[in-house]
Write a protein that binds this ligand. Structure first.
Ligand code: ADP
Ligand code: MG
Length: 559
């Protein structure tokens, strides 16, 4: 286990290399500690894999509850201390950012790769050989993946919807996946753009997801336009404008106050009146500039003075203040408006167009909807659901669905889910390993075994017998039935292509590549030097001890 660095010279003089309180763990100890910690993380998320996976309830230090099935969210919420465990959390995060789905699988596969490596290490296979074998196996697996992947038309809504549905199958909201996946596909289809190479690209910034608890998930809607969670600023303003001409302003419609404190002495009431009149006429002039060019809707990123509000209302203009900068950018894209800072520069051409701008009540709040713009390059998905937790999880699932659809639009190539792809890759790798020899062969075989953990975990989570499943899957893949996998919903092994469970090839690529890299990185470590903490390590936060065996990983442990 860990120890302070005991370095002494030949004369017995102690030499201090590391700061007092530092600890070092070497060799086998370091390796097995790291592997143990990483495996533990995989263990936590394992039971949540697939459509029959369980959800996790996470309670943070403030008592806030999150209920989720999303690997990345689970790992983000738990406070992991061990450096090797952190690396596993990291890949699930990267997977989430890169491809949006497959976060649980990446953690599970990394855990399996490490567990299998440990067996080889116990048999005295040097970690370097395992790392090399793993790296070769991962390259080969990616090659096979490319070969078996099915090329699809990038913008075919039917295909895209199947992809979105698979990503939602494992979530709380799976019952509504038909409708939600349609929304995800429609959203992406409205914002995709053809790029120079003849392919398509998607900027997810153009899809705004707003959530509001209340109603049911079935009330989730796609709005071709932008929704602002702000109300119309003045009661006297119209609440609905058709044929809207929209001015986007990112400076305040107020009189700027001086930075320094000034004192104005007034000794005559008429002077006071003049002073106020002057302010009023400046504000009125601002409003005039807006209406002169024909604006009947004003969205301002900053404040709008009461007096300016009054003048705007009198002229029948609908105005919103303190809109988010990101919303202004989206509005600019959607309506074709230009964001202006100086009102003197405003011309008619800077105005955007929308068929309808309207304030509507969403539960207890009032929101402004901007719909029917000429070029609806920005859209909003308004996620609804019975409670805040449901809405939050629906929002996360919507994110996954949007990401997988984007993956396929950008890289139009898919594979079959339910562990069929992993089984096939595993089978092919085992076949290929026959051409290798010695310890390298062992490492490649262990890699193949690790891939099988995905279908086997799916089976286990669906209450199926893992051994029977393994035998059956191997025999089917041996007969060339490459898309046979675990049919979680029916609890049997079957042709998952017939079930139309498709996933982006990009997601599987990311899972294989990042898991192999992370496992390799962890295996290559044989020395952990932890610097001493300047203060006493904080105890685990209240409630943290309850997270699936994480109690031992709190502060102050040996690495
Ligand atoms: P991840 O975070 O890795 O995406 P999920 O909990 O979303 O984890 O589960 C994804 C796994 O579930 C994938 O392997 C996928 O193929 C599988 N899956 C999804 N839908 C089905 C289905 N209808 N039948 C069997 N497996 C499915
Ligand atoms: Mg998923």
């Amino acid at each position: 286990m860990s120890q302070a660095i005991p370095a002494t010279t030949s004369t017995g003089q102690p030499v201090l290399i590391l700061k007092e309180g530092s600890s070092q763990t070497k060799g086998r100890d370091a390796q097995s500690n790291n592997i143990f910690a990483a495996k533990l993380i995989a263990e936590i998320v394992k039971t949540s894999l697939g459509p029959r996976g369980m959800d996790k309830m996470l309670v943070d230090t403030l008592g806030d509850v999150t209920i989720t099935n999303d690997g990345a969210t689970i790992l983000k919420e738990i406070d992991v201390q061990h450096p090797a465990a952190k690396m596993v959390v990291e890949i699930s995060k990267t997977t989430d950012q890169e491809v949006g789905d497959g976060t649980t699988s990446a953690a599970v596969l990394t855990g399996a790769l490490l567990e299998n490596a440990e067996e080889l290490i116990r048999k005295d296979v040097h970690p370097t050989i395992i790392v090399d074998g793993y790296s070769k196996a991962s390259d080969k697996a990616l090659e096979y993946l490319d070969k078996i992947a099915i090329k699809v038309p990038a913008t075919d809504k039917k295909w895209l919807q199947k992809i979105a549905k698979t990503s939602m199958a494992s979530k709380l909201i799976s019952g509504d996946s038909e409708m939600l996946s349609q929304i995800a596909v429609d959203a992406i289809s409205s914002v995709l753009e053809q790029n120079a190479e003849g392919g398509y690209s998607v900027d997810l910034d153009n899809v705004k997801v707003e959530k509001k608890s209340g109603g049911s998930i079935g009330d989730t809607k796609l709005i071709k336009g932008i929704v602002l969670d702000k109300e119309v600023v003045h009661a006297g303003m119209p609440k609905r404008i058709e044929e809207a001409k929209i001015a986007l302003v990112n400076s305040p419609l107020e009189i700027e106050k001086t930075e320094f404190s000034a004192e104005i002495r007034i000794n005559d009431p008429t002077q006071m009146k003049r002073f106020l009149d002057e302010e009023n006429s400046m504000l009125s002039a601002m409003v005039d500039k807006l209406t002169a060019v024909g604006a009947n809707v004003v969205i301002c990123q900053k404040g709008i003075d009461d007096v300016a509000q009054h003048y705007l209302a009198k002229k029948g203009v609908l105005a919103v203040r303190r809109a988010k900068e990101s919303d202004l950018t989206k509005l600019a894209k959607a309506t074709g408006a230009r964001i202006v800072t100086n009102l003197d520069d405003l011309t008619e051409k800077d105005l955007g167009y929308a068929a309808l701008v309207e304030e509507r009540k969403v539960e207890t709040d009032k929101w402004v909807f901007v719909e029917g713009s000429k070029n609806p390059k920005a859209v909003t998905i308004l996620v609804r659901g019975g409670s805040q937790r449901v809405v939050d999880e629906a929002d996360r699932s919507m994110h996954d669905a949007l990401m997988v659809v984007k993956d396929v639009v950008e890289h139009p190539s898919v594979v079959v889910g339910g562990g069929a792809t992993e089984s096939e890759l595993s089978f092919k790798l085992r076949e290929w390993s026959n051409s290798l020899s010695g310890r390298e062969q062992l490492a490649v075989q262990k890699f193949a075994d690790a891939l099988e953990v995905i279908p086997l975990t799916l089976a286990e989570n669906s209450g199926m017998d893992p051994i029977d499943t393994q035998v059956e899957l191997r025999s089917k893949h041996g007969q060339g039935k490459k898309w046979w996998g675990v049919n979680c919903l029916q609890g049997k092994v079957s042709d998952m292509e017939a079930e139309e469970v498709y996933e982006p090839a990009a997601v599987k690529q990311q899972i294989v590549r990042s898991s192999a890299e992370t496992a390799g990185m962890i295996l290559r470590i044989d020395d952990v030097v932890a610097s001493g903490k300047s203060k006493a390590p904080p105890g685990p936060p209240p409630g943290a001890g309850g997270m699936g065996g994480m109690g031992g990983m709190g502060g102050g442990m040996d690495y």
